[in-house]
Design a protein around this ligand. Structure first.
Ligand SMILES: [Zn+2]
Length: 211
């Protein structure tokens, strides 16, 4: 019994669905002698080698310019995938894209400690899960009382302080941060848009703008 598989179907499972993309992948597979022009099926052992070859040669990437930039810098050839869930940088998620871009910006600007003031418990958990391995985070519940002293120590500790006014945040709490000592003003970003992607995008813009 032959365990051959349809090559186009196999490529599609990897997000290689666009005509040019598929043609480029096939070209490389044909160049390596794994298949030849016009052949529609491939054996399982060859597919394993084909998978290795594609991983080695290509960086699967979506249409996002920031993803494309990372792909170009990878040393591998960028290969456009569709749907974007196959993108090796962002996995197709706006939040994930923003998280990756935020961490890149933090690295570039020497930001190691970030304070987030406000946001729902679920969002704080998500940020902790996605960013906590790479940077030190201090999450401040915007509905709990925070003394001026605690806020001052947060301002001193953080390289960046995100005050998230669109969400669960009492003015008494946010005021400690937005009206803190002027020496810390350059670190404080006041965000009024909702959503994790918006929060991190504003933080990136702030970092790019510089002090
Ligand atoms: Zn992407």
């Amino acid at each position: 019994m032959s365990a051959d598989r349809d090559i186009d179907g196999w490529l599609a499972e990897r997000g290689l669905t666009l005509t040019e993309t598929r043609a480029r992948a096939r070209e490389v597979l044909e160049g390596a002698g794994l298949t030849r022009q016009g052949k529609a099926r491939m054996s399982e052992p060859k597919l394993l080698r084909a998978a290795e070859l594609l991983t080695e040669r290509f960086f699967p990437v979506c249409a996002d310019p920031a993803c494309l930039q990372v792909a170009r810098a990878s040393g591998r050839e960028p290969l456009r995938v569709e749907p974007r869930s196959h993108c090796a940088r962002c996995g197709g998620s706006a939040n994930h894209r923003a998280e990756v871009a935020f961490l890149e910006a933090c690295r570039r600007h020497g930001v190691h400690r970030v304070v987030v003031v406000g946001g729902s418990p679920a969002v704080r958990e998500e940020l902790e899960a996605k960013l906590g391995e790479h940077i030190a985070l201090r999450m401040v519940d915007g509905t709990e009382r925070r003394t001026a002293d605690r806020a001052k120590s947060d301002l001193e500790w953080g390289d960046l302080v995100l005050v998230w006014g669109a969400t669960e945040l009492h003015h008494k709490v946010s005021g400690h941060y937005t009206h803190g000592p002027s020496i810390h003003h350059h670190k404080v970003v006041h965000v009024v848009r909702r959503g994790v992607a918006a929060l991190l995008d504003e933080a990136i813009i702030h970092l790019q703008r510089g002090p």
